[in-house]
Design a protein around this ligand. Structure first.
Ligand SMILES: [Zn+2]
Length: 309
């Protein structure tokens, strides 16, 4: 890291932005570079790019580590992923964290040293050159500075493919982990297909989509005039722990009240404690438990019920 800092200080003395980088292979530095945005009036001359441009060619970058005084931006992170560099060590990662996730999602190990000198060097430069720094930021695509929010929507009508796809999601998200066999598919598919055919105003499905892709669902199914059954609660892992499960269950309960039911029940399995916690937190209580051979395993099914007021 000291070699990268030296490059950054060299850049500072040249009147440039103090960001330095070195590429290390088997403990030896094989490339050095510094940001030359100002010196060369070249907006592509980031420290990491300059370093790669001047690096000795290798048979492959999988044994190399890139050191940079600042967390690589998307341009440089793209180069890291493109070249197959497996490890990136940064002096300062907090002021530009966005591309860290990008690199990690491509299997790159990212280590943030949180180095005091690296932090102070950047902070001091920005204090001394606020207008220049603003200008550099303005050159960036402003969208990459915003966190990417998933665009989630909910629909209540079924489309061709939904019955099959929701069955498929249940199967792939639950069966392998629980050790269930293909008969679990039928347990989901048969009542779901019957639900789809009834198209009853006393029943409703919530299909959660993210950019056109189904990522979750829940439904209220009529069991009798007074009893509704909550079924098919499902969320892809990326959507869990964000309140979506609670929101879906609460909407389903509100619908059940409006539809005139006096109670709602559901069946789950004892091996899904997070779901059970959610049901209890909105007012369901456990009323029945049965252990039997199901879906190729011994499964403990648990019934939860709730009176609607
Ligand atoms: Zn960069």
């Amino acid at each position: 890291m000291q070699a990268a800092i030296d490059e950054a200080l060299l850049g500072l003395r040249e009147g440039g932005v103090p960001i330095g980088a070195v590429l290390v292979e088997d403990g030896k530095i094989i490339g050095r570079g510094r940001n030359r945005r100002v010196q060369q009036q070249d907006q592509l001359m980031h420290a990491e790019i300059d370093c790669l441009r001047h690096a000795r060619l290798t048979d492959g970058y999988h044994n190399t580590t890139l050191y940079s005084t600042l967390m690589p931006c998307y341009l440089c992170a793209g180069a890291v992923v493109q070249f197959g560099i497996k490890k990136v060590v940064v002096g300062e990662g907090r002021s530009a964290p966005a591309a860290r996730n990008f690199m990690q999602s491509h299997g790159v190990e990212v280590l943030d040293l949180d180095n005091a000198l690296c932090k102070e060097m950047m902070a001091e430069y920005i204090r001394q050159n606020p207008a220049l720094w603003e200008k550099f930021l303005a050159e960036l695509n402003p969208d990459i500075l915003k966190p990417s929010l998933p665009s989630i929507s909910i629909r209540h009508h079924l489309l061709p493919g939904d019955v099959g796809y929701i069955t498929y999601l249940h199967a792939v998200l639950y069966a392998p982990r629980q050790g269930w066999d293909h008969t679990f598919d039928s347990y989901v598919a048969i009542p779901l297909a019957q639900f789809a055919l009834r198209n009853s105003p006393q029943e409703r499905i919530w299909i959660v989509e993210n950019e056109g892709r189904i990522v979750g669902c829940v439904a209220i199914v009529k069991f009798s005039e007074s009893e509704a059954q909550l079924r098919w609660l499902l969320l892809r892992p990326a959507l869990r722990s964000q309140g979506w499960g609670r929101k879906l269950v609460q909407e389903a309960l509100a619908f059940s009240r409006d539809a005139g039911y006096s109670s709602v029940f559901l069946w789950t399995v004892s091996a899904l404690p997070a779901a059970a916690g959610l049901y209890r937190s909105v007012g369901f209580r456990e009323t029945e438990k049965v252990t039997h051979e199901l879906w190729g395993r011994r499964v403990t099914e648990v019934k939860y019920e709730m009176e609607l007021k």
